[in-house]
Design a protein around this ligand. Structure first.
Ligand SMILES: NC(=O)c1ccc[n+]([C@@H]2O[C@H](COP(=O)([O-])OP(=O)(O)OC[C@H]3O[C@@H](n4cnc5c(N)ncnc54)[C@H](O)[C@@H]3O)[C@@H](O)[C@H]2O)c1
Length: 333
């Protein structure tokens, strides 16, 4: 399986490192429009050739699979051209700039029989897989809330707002952990630059069961926080991604309520028990993701981060953008 990677910037460098070490695959060609990246590729992966033209990869008869790690607005065109030329495609998150593009890519993939996968890297982390195990084994109980904060002094992206850049991760985790589908979205945000692209935004996602999810995303915070709280009616999880080893803590904390006899007052009983720190798998998430892509191509296995999970994320992001435009109006997904 010959692989070509388009986009050798910050994230593309991690992808090159992982695909260069992937057994059963050859990283043969890397494209980046910046010629100065050629020298660095020579050091990182001397076996791969370099080009400044992405079509040397999308149109190359010797390439079986294309990995796309360019800015979001380029994903659709490069993925479409690769799929149309009968290549398997792994595209960076978010999959495309809107629902229509994502649906079209899925359609081409289904017709051509070629894999289309999205890199929602977090789904392959030990922490997220442990949370999935705890929730699926009913150790947390019915999930009542999901609250995520992803803020830092981040790179202002030129083409997408802070939700498309940062909340993409958290939404992919939310969708993976919850079996229920969300119903509505409300979002507000603000742009502090002249390009109108929101650098701070707050998103709320609601479900029929009463589950509520909230996301706080910012490129303008003096401190870096990567924190997720998941509350169930049995236990609660705190996921702090900045902790080097103890990323997940499970709190045996909860509350129960009763109403008094004439049903006018609510009486709440609190419970605060032990805190459990599970051991996590430490293999690099990107290496597992690359292996999942290879297995999907070679054996037709359904990847964890498949094209439909990519579309589900885009549905929430697009609805959030509409809500921001309409000053926080509730938008049905
Ligand atoms: N999965 C993750 O955790 C994760 C983390 C960071 C970024 N990303 C995603 O990776 C993608 C790239 O982000 P980044 O932070 O690496 O950006 P970046 O700006 O550091 O890198 C993008 C590279 O693509 C090159 N490029 C742009 N258009 C091109 C084209 N048409 N042909 C060839 N090269 C082109 C640029 O020269 C640049 O080197 C984005 O989609 C982003 O959302 C994913």
């Amino acid at each position: 399986m010959n692989i070509g990677i388009i986009g050798f910037g910050y994230w593309g460098t991690n992808l090159v490192r992982n695909f260069a070490n992937l057994s059963g695959a050859e990283l043969t060609l890397v494209a980046d429009s910046r010629i100065e990246r050629k020298q660095f590729l020579g050091k990182l992966c001397p076996a791969a050739e370099f080009t400044t033209n992405p079509y040397d990869i999308t149109d190359n008869v010797n390439i079986d699979a294309v990995v796309i790690a360019t800015p979001v607005f380029t994903h659709y065109e490069l993925a479409k051209r690769s799929l149309t030329n009968k290549k398997h495609v792994l595209v960076e998150k978010p999959m495309s700039s809107d629902i229509k593009q994502a649906e079209e890519l899925i359609n081409i993939s289904e017709k051509s029989g070629k894999v289309l996968m999205v890199d929602h890297t977090y789904l392959y982390t030990g922490a997220v897989r442990k949370m999935k195990e705890l929730i699926d084994n009913n150790q947390i109980g019915n999930i009542k809330y999901f609250d995520s904060t992803r803020i830092n002094l981040g790179l202002f992206q030129p083409d997408v707002n802070v939700l498309w850049d940062l909340a993409t991760h958290d939404i992919s985790i939310l969708n993976y952990l919850m079996s229920e589908k969300p119903t509505t979205v409300q979002a507000t945000g603000v742009s502090h630059t002249s390009n109108g692209i929101e650098n701070i935004a707050y998103l709320t996602v609601k479900y029929n069961s009463g589950l509520i999810a909230h996301f706080n995303c910012s490129w303008s915070s003096p401190v870096k926080i990567r924190m997720m709280l998941i509350g169930g009616d049995k236990k609660m999880i705190v996921f702090n991604d900045l902790e080097p080893t103890e990323k997940i803590k499970v709190y045996d904390t909860g509350y129960e309520y009763k109403t008094d006899e004439d049903k006018t007052k609510i009486l709440v009983d609190y419970r605060a028990g032990d805190i459990y720190i599970p051991k996590l798998e430490t293999r690099e998430a990107l290496s597992l993701m690359a292996t999942d892509f290879r297995n999907a191509v070679e054996n037709g296995e359904k990847p964890l981060s498949d094209m439909n999970s990519g579309l589900d994320v885009i549905r929430i992001l697009e609805a959030s953008q509409r809500s921001i435009k309409e000053r926080g109006k509730e938008v049905t997904i």
